[in-house]
Design a protein around this ligand. Structure first.
Ligand SMILES: NC(=O)c1ccc[n+]([C@@H]2O[C@H](COP(=O)([O-])OP(=O)(O)OC[C@H]3O[C@@H](n4cnc5c(N)ncnc54)[C@H](O)[C@@H]3O)[C@@H](O)[C@H]2O)c1
Length: 265
């Protein structure tokens, strides 16, 4: 199926590592111009180079998605470089798993800014342009934690539930402008190579997530999934590529779990 992405322009936040990286590579492979909006400029440039060596077209813009000002500057660069922006994929997010009673308001602010406020910033910035052009495809990366709750991820789960509801509410507001908004919930998606992540990736930092990179731990998790394997970043990228294509132009306000059957809702 031709996804019709050739010549379209896509902003991918967090496009330097893991899931965001796979999405950036896939959309570029399908012919889209990609703006990698990354706080880790070094890692964003690595992915930009990977895309260039595969004859794709991408730029990296150092961006802090928790700052509206930084997002505005990134968007202005996207428009001045490529003209119209057709696609927005909000990928940035993360957590440091711990029991709620061990958390404090400073931690809550960090999680809320990274996982929820970030999407408000990009949506507020990009939507007027999409409304004016009468075209837009938006995917917000949420989490199954936001659908069913997850111990040790209470604040994160609340934010991701918020991302799902936000996606639906905005889908209702801008459907008349030919803009679709959907949420995708990845299963446990562990980078396989160090080259797939930068220094700011969740998988390079926290003790909990680093433990998941042990193959034995991974096998144990996989045994509990109907499809008996963990999620690959490419599984998510494939779903995103479909959702932002015109083949999915009649799908909006939906939440799709790509998690090997971990949740079935
Ligand atoms: N990996 C999983 O198992 C999993 C499961 C469910 C949901 N998710 C969600 O999928 C998304 C991607 O997860 P991942 O594991 O690929 O993430 P990751 O931590 O590996 O990568 C995140 C990327 O975002 C960048 N970044 C961090 N803060 C930023 C900021 N303020 N502004 C711009 N860029 C910033 C980092 O440099 C990094 O490249 C997140 O929203 C996460 O919550 C992931």
């Amino acid at each position: 199926m031709d996804l019709g992405l050739r010549g379209k322009t896509a902003i991918v936040t967090g496009g330097g590592s893991n899931i965001g990286r796979a999405i950036a590579l896939t959309l570029a492979h399908e012919g889209a111009n990609v703006i990698i909006a990354e706080l880790d400029e070094k890692q964003g440039q690595v992915v930009t180079q990977e895309i260039a060596t595969r004859d794709g077209n991408a730029i990296c813009t150092k961006t802090d998605v928790t700052s509206l000002q930084s997002v505005t500057a990134m968007f202005e660069k996207a428009v001045s470089t490529f003209g119209q922006v057709h696609i927005l994929v909000n990928v940035v997010g993360g957590d440091k798993p711990q029991y709620f009673l061990e958390t404090d308001p400073q931690f809550w602010d960090w999680v809320i800014n990274l996982n929820y406020r970030s999407d408000l910033n990009t949506l507020k910035t990009v939507l007027p342009h999409m409304v004016e052009n009468g075209y837009g495809r938006i995917v917000n990366i949420a989490s199954d934690a936001g659908r069913m709750g997850e111990p040790r991820e209470a604040v994160y789960a609340g934010c991701k539930a918020g991302v799902i509801a936000l996606s639906k509410a905005i889908a209702r507001e801008v459907g008349r402008n030919n803009i679709t908004v959907n949420a995708i919930c990845p299963g446990v998606t562990i980078p396989q190579e160090d080259a797939e992540i930068g220094a700011l990736s969740t998988w390079s930092k926290s003790e909990v997530t680093v433990a998941y990179r042990d193959p034995e731990v991974q096998q144990k998790v996989a045994r509990n999934l109907p499809l008996r394997r963990l999620t690959k970043a490419q599984d998510i990228a494939n779903a995103v590529a479909f959702m932002v294509s015109d083949a999915a132009g009649y799908i909006t306000g939906q939440t799709l779990s790509v998690s090997g059957g971990y949740t079935m809702m």
